[in-house]
Ligand binder design. Structure first.
Ligand code: GLN
Length: 181
């Protein structure tokens, strides 16, 4: 079972992609749901990172997510705001990120004219919506895709993040890569 954090933002599209891949998927909102033994992965969707960070602490989910991240087989994927929350260092986030992915991220890094756009990456169509930029990657972080000179899809062991939304284009490749057993 793959859980999609459903506190705020675009969780429904991730559920649809997982189900299209034939994977069991469910919404998760509570500590109990996050600790469910059947869960073998988690998606943190896009949305508004400040709000999601607030809810994560309000519902006391921080330590459970971090504990899950320590399990090598438990895969976590953050898209956009989800990536911001996973990052180690986000100078322009007025909340504490989870610090599970050794990258620095700048929120809303594409200026007004490029606020939101769609790009064709090798891995498929990518929606960038008020997207962040990855400005530094730590030593253990693999860059799996870049756009315009910046990494846009990265992985550190079991933790994955993209600055864009594959799920909005109905792209299956990344979810398949991460979550198909
Ligand atoms: N701009 C949002 C933030 O900083 C992220 C946007 C998104 O998730 N599409 O939280």
């Amino acid at each position: 079972m793959i859980g999609v954090l459903a506190l705020q933002g675009g969780f429904a599209e991730h559920l649809a992609v997982l189900r299209e891949l034939g994977l069991d998927a469910c919404e998760v909102r509570t500590r109990e749901e996050l600790m469910d033994e059947r869960l073998r992965g988690l998606i943190i969707p896009g949305g508004e990172s400040t709000v999601m960070a607030k809810f994560i602490d309000e519902y006391s989910l921080r330590d459970v997510i971090c504990a899950r991240a320590q399990i090598p087989d438990f895969r976590i994927y953050g898209t956009c705001a989800g990536l911001i929350l996973l990052a180690k260092d986000v100078p322009n986030l007025k909340a504490q990120p989870l610090g599970l992915l050794d990258v620095s991220v700048e929120r809303n890094a594409y200026g007004r004219q490029l606020d939101s756009f769609i790009a064709e990456l090798e891995i498929g169509k990518a929606h960038f919506i008020r997207a962040p930029k990855i400005t530094r990657v730590g030593e253990g972080v693999e860059i799996l895709a870049s756009y315009d000179g910046s990494p846009v899809l990265v992985r550190q062991g079991n933790i994955w993040g993209s600055t864009f939304h594959p799920e909005l284009a109905g792209e299956l490749a990344i979810h398949k890569l991460i979550f198909r057993p």
